[in-house]
Ligand binder design. Structure first.
Ligand code: SAM
Length: 374
C-alpha cells in the first residue's frame, strides 16, 4: 500500500463513480436538492431507478442487526456489563425484518449481511436466512464471533448462507480471553474449522488491531491465513467502543500491516469490487489471502454502497451517522409498502458524504458498534 491510495487500488470492471460522485455532489449543493421540491424529484426518480443517494452512490448492500445482545464483551466494542442490552419488545420481529428486506430488494438491495450483537444468540436466525434466500437476496453473509458456529454451520448453509466472517482478535488463548472476556477460544477455533470445511469456504477471519493489545500478532495472523488457507482481514480500530477509550494512537494503520507482512511474504493485489471495504492481497508463494480494512487511515466512503438496519428498527445511512431513521414506527403505523419505500428513498438522501473521523470537529455517534451492527 502506501503512496496515493486511489492510484494504488485496482478495481473490477468500469465504474465512472468518481465523476458521478462529483457531479451529484454539485447537484446536492443546490438549494432545493435535499429537501422540498428537490427531495420529491429525487424521490420520484428513485421509484423507477435503483436506490441511489444524493452523491450518486448506488445502495446495494444492507447490514441487518438481528440483536444487540452478545455473548462476548470485547474490550474494543462492548462494556463489561453482560446485561447491557435493549428490552425484547424493542426489537423488530422476524416478520418485520422480512417485510423491510422485501421492500429493499425491490429497490435494488442485492447483498444482505446478518450481524449483531451476536446474530447466533437470537433464536430463529437460520429461518431468517432461509427467508432472505426466498426473497431473492443474491448474496447472504453473516458476521459472527464463532462461539456457536460449529454446531449451527450446517443449518446455516442449508438455509442459504453464502459467506461468513468470523471475528478472532488473538491467536493466543490468554489474550483472546482478555479481549473477549470469555473462555471460548477452542469453540471459536472449532467454528472456523467447521465453516472452512463447509461450502462457506474460504472463511474470512476478522481481527481488529489495537496498538499495544494485539498488534504484535500481525505476522502470526498472516501465518494462520497461509496455514489454514483462509482470508485474514485486519480492521482498523474505530471510535465506536462503548468505553470511549479510542484514541488515534491506538489505531494500527493498514499500511503498517501491509509493510510488515510483505516484508516476510511478498503480496500480490487481488481484484476487488469498488465498493468493497477491504483491499485484498494474496501471497505470492501459497494459499491464503489478506484483507486490509482502513476506515481511519484510508476512508472508502466515496464508494460506499451500504445502509444498516438496527435491531430496534432504525435505518442508518453510515456507521457514524449522528441520527438514525425510525422504520419500526412506520412499519407499525399501518403504512403500505410503497409509502415505506418512499420514506426509505428520502432517508437515503441524507446519507453522509463521509464519516468525518479525521475532521477536527468529529464527534463519535451516540450508538456504539454493538447497538449498530458491524
Ligand atoms: N458478534 C459478531 C462478531 O463478533 O463478529 C458481529 C457483530 S461485531 C459488532 C461486528 C464486527 O465489528 C466484528 O468484526 C468486530 O470485531 C467489529 N468491531 C466492533 N467494534 C469495533 C471497533 N470499535 N472498531 C472496529 N471494528 C469493531
Amino acid at each position: 500500500m502506501g503512496g496515493n491510495a486511489r492510484s494504488s487500488r485496482i478495481w473490477k470492471g468500469e465504474h465512472p463513480a468518481d465523476a458521478v460522485f462529483d457531479s451529484a455532489a454539485a447537484l446536492a449543493s443546490s438549494p432545493n436538492s435535499e429537501f422540498g421540491l428537490g427531495y420529491f424529484i429525487l424521490g420520484s426518480i428513485q421509484r423507477s431507478m435503483p436506490l441511489t443517494d444524493k452523491f450518486g452512490r448506488q445502495i446495494t448492500d444492507l447490514r441487518v442487526s438481528v440483536t444487540d445482545r452478545c455473548n462476548f464483551r470485547c474490550v474494543y466494542c462492548r462494556s463489561a456489563d453482560p446485561e447491557n442490552h435493549m428490552a425484547e419488545h424493542a426489537l423488530l420481529e422476524w416478520d418485520e425484518y422480512e417485510r423491510l428486506v422485501r421492500i429493499l430488494v425491490g429497490m435494488g438491495i442485492r447483498k444482505v449481511r446478518v450481524t449483531g450483537g451476536e446474530p447466533l444468540v437470537r433464536p430463529g436466525v437460520e429461518d431468517f436466512v432461509a427467508r432472505l434466500k426466498a426473497l431473492g437476496v443474491q448474496d447472504i453473509s453473516m458476521t459472527t464471533n464463532g462461539h456457536l458456529l460449529a454446531e449451527r454451520c450446517d443449518q446455516l448453509v442449508a438455509a442459504g448462507l453464502n459467506r461468513i466472517n468470523i471475528s478472532l482478535d488473538s491467536l493466543n488463548r490468554e489474550k483472546f480471553e482478555k479481549v473477549t472476556r470469555t473462555k471460548t477460544f477452542d469453540q471459536v477455533l472449532a467454528g472456523i474449522e467447521a465453516a472452512q470445511a463447509s461450502p462457506l469456504r474460504p472463511v474470512k477471519v476478522n481481527a481488529v488491531l489495537v496498538r499495544g493489545l494485539n498488534d504484535d500478532e500481525v505476522e502470526a495472523f498472516a501465518e494462520f491465513a497461509r496455514e489454514k488457507d483462509i482470508v485474514m482481514r485486519f480492521i482498523e480500530f474505530m471510535p465506536l467502543d462503548a468505553d470511549r477509550a479510542w484514541t488515534r494512537d491506538m489505531v494500527v494503520p493498514a499500511a503498517e500491516v501491509h509493510r510488515r507482512i510483505s516484508a516476510r511474504w511478498p503480496l500480490i493485489p487481488v481484484v476487488h469490487e469498488r465498493s468493497e471495504t477491504a483491499r485484498k492481497y494474496r501471497f505470492a508463494d501459497g494459499g491464503g489471502e489478506i484483507g486490509l480494512i482502513a476506515p481511519v487511515t484510508q476512508p472508502f466512503c466515496g464508494h460506499c454502497s451500504r445502509i444498516r438496519l438496527t435491531a430496534d428498527g432504525k435505518l442508518r445511512t453510515c456507521l457514524f451517522s449522528k441520527e438514525d431513521h425510525d422504520l419500526k414506527s412506520l412499519l407499525r403505523s399501518g403504512m403500505g409498502d410503497r409509502e415505506i419505500g418512499d420514506a426509505i428513498v428520502a432517508m437515503v438522501q441524507t446519507k453522509e458524504k463521509s464519516h468525518r473521523i479525521n475532521e477536527p470537529d468529529f464527534v463519535p455517534p451516540s450508538r456504539t458498534m454493538v447497538y449498530i451492527g458491524g
